[in-house]
Design a binder for this molecule. Structure first.
Ligand code: ADP
Ligand code: MG
Length: 239
């Protein structure tokens, strides 16, 4: 049984088919990357998985349970954590306090020192979150996710705006989360160097569904994928 089953998901906005028959199975403990041109429906897909949006058709099955259309808090409680493009942290609290707030509910307070190490913020544990650098805020948000003890993490462009050093550190963090904590991870990312470094299966999305899946080397040489990336700069907003 797959850990997460996405079955023929559809979501329309007016006449726009943002997600249009998206299917994917994720195995427990796996790491997968999702790429695709701007506007192809990646973030909408995450909204369908996390219950922020309800699909017009299709099913979301998590650990064998049909969670389609459940409210976001119920889905989060099942152990599905999601990182947004803009970090959701408390600026007025310290780094450690942010983790404590997140960890209280899940009884993960003993894990906080280890999480601080993983997200490279040990030395800044008592600094105000609002004063962190951009990349460090992104890591803190990943730390907050870890403190909530999820079994599946969805990351939406976690390296946006990062330097190349920060990007590499983020890739190491994701590998570490996946391998050491056995957390299943699905990451949306634009940076192909980042995905190559992760060395994980890659799924290319176009017009609301998967165009191709495979390993990085295969996908990079794929003619349809090349056409998608180099033949046009944006998805046509067709109805
Ligand atoms: P991606 O994350 O791949 O860049 P999105 O999922 O954000 O793409 O968006 C897919 C399409 O759906 C885009 O054309 C976008 O403008 C549209 N869209 C996304 N969210 C909404 C919404 N809440 N209302 C209307 N249109 C939306
Ligand atoms: Mg997006």
């Amino acid at each position: 049984m797959p850990f997460l089953e996405l079955k023929s998901l559809v979501r329309n906005f007016g006449g726009l088919k943002a997600v249009n028959g998206f299917s994917l199975n994720l195995e427990e403990g796996s790491l997968n990357a999702l790429v695709g041109p701007n506007g192809c429906g990646k973030s909408t897909l995450f909204n369908l998985i996390t219950g922020v949006l309800k699909p017009d058709a299709g099913r979301v099955i998590f650990k064998g349970q049909d969670i389609t259309g459940w409210p976001p808090h119920s889905i989060a409680r099942l152990g599905i954590g999601r990182k947004f493009q803009v970090p959701a942290i408390f600026d007025e609290l310290t780094v450690r306090e942010n983790l404590i707030v997140a960890g209280k509910r899940s009884n993960t307070l003993p894990l906080i020192p280890e999480i601080l190490q993983q997200i490279r913020l040990v030395e800044l544990a008592d600094a105000l979150a609002g004063e962190l650098a951009h990349g460090q805020k992104q890591w803190l948000e990943i730390g907050i996710l870890l403190a909530q003890a999820p079994s599946l993490i969805l990351l939406d462009e976690p390296t946006a705006g990062m330097t190349s050093l920060e990007t590499r550190a983020t890739a190491d963090l994701i590998l570490n989360i996946n391998q050491k904590r056995n957390i299943t991870v699905l990451v949306i990312e634009h940076d192909m160097g980042f995905i190559e470094y992760l060395g994980c299966p890659l799924h290319v999305m176009s017009k609301g569904k998967i165009l191709k899946s495979g390993d990085f080397a295969t996908i990079r040489e794929d003619a349809e994928v090349k056409a998608l990336y180099f033949g046009q700069s944006r998805e046509p907003a067709d109805a």
